[in-house]
Write a protein that binds this ligand. Structure first.
Ligand SMILES: [Zn+2]
Length: 235
């Protein structure tokens, strides 16, 4: 069910699902009952209550949605979710794009959490730094980020002009594919960008295009979406 799962502080968890968790996205035109079953099984494994996992309607933009303390359940249109209370469970859904999970610690010992969806457009548009800024505005001092499995630079072929455009705004993302053609390594660019913003970065290994255990849009567009997650349990 999990490609990677880690308790990063007492009762605070970061995780990335694998294909064994099934498709978790409701907008792919698949069986809604299957998505509901997959989500319920995931919640049980995470140890969080039904309905407490928050998703977003991702549009490859740079909008950061900050969850309000009394916000009604819903799916905001955004590519990052920030929970200043450090109590909600957050999910970002991907297949090849980079899932980013962030945890910020405040001086008083409380935490804020966030997830972000960084595909080519969002990464180039600055979704990662926008999310970090939102956490800093919320009092976050020590900020840690986990970059989950995504399509790698050896697999992600793009036109040369596109590679140049993205690398101009996200330095370090230019890559060469295994066929010797222009490519993008978004995680490399995001890692450099986040480190420059004084964020501690962990890159979780795994290429979605190469691993049958992960969902890949480029390998099979209709197959499913995996989740990047941050959540809390009682120690
Ligand atoms: Zn690859």
């Amino acid at each position: 069910m999990f490609h990677h799962r880690e308790q990063i502080a007492a009762g605070t968890w970061v995780g990335f699902t694998d294909a064994g968790a099934g498709n978790l996205a409701s907008r792919l035109g698949g069986d809604p009952a299957a998505v509901a079953r997959n989500r319920a099984a995931l919640l049980a494994e995470m140890g969080v209550t039904r309905g407490s996992l928050r998703f977003m309607h991702q549009v490859h933009g740079t909008a950061v949605h900050r969850l309000g303390p009394t916000e009604a359940p819903g799916v905001p249109v955004a590519d990052a979710l920030v929970d200043g209370s450090g109590t909600s469970a957050l999910a970002v859904l991907v297949a090849d794009c980079v899932p980013i999970v962030l945890v910020a610690e405040r001086a008083d010992g409380t935490t804020a959490t966030a997830v972000a969806h960084a595909g080519r457009r969002g990464a180039a548009g600055g979704i990662a730094t926008a999310t970090v800024q939102a956490l800093r505005a919320d009092g976050g001092e020590r900020i840690r980020a986990w970059l989950g499995p995504a399509i790698c630079g050896s697999c992600y072929e793009v036109p040369a002009e596109m590679r140049a455009e993205v690398d101009a705004v996200l330095p370090g993302s230019a890559a060469t594919t295994r066929d010797g053609t222009p490519g993008l390594d978004l995680r490399a660019g995001l890692e450099r960008q986040l480190r420059a913003a004084e964020v501690e970065v962990t890159v979780v290994p795994g290429c979605t295009r190469e691993s049958e255990d992960l969902f890949s849009y480029r390998r099979d567009a209709g197959t499913g979406r995996t989740a990047g997650l941050v959540w809390h349990t009682r120690p």
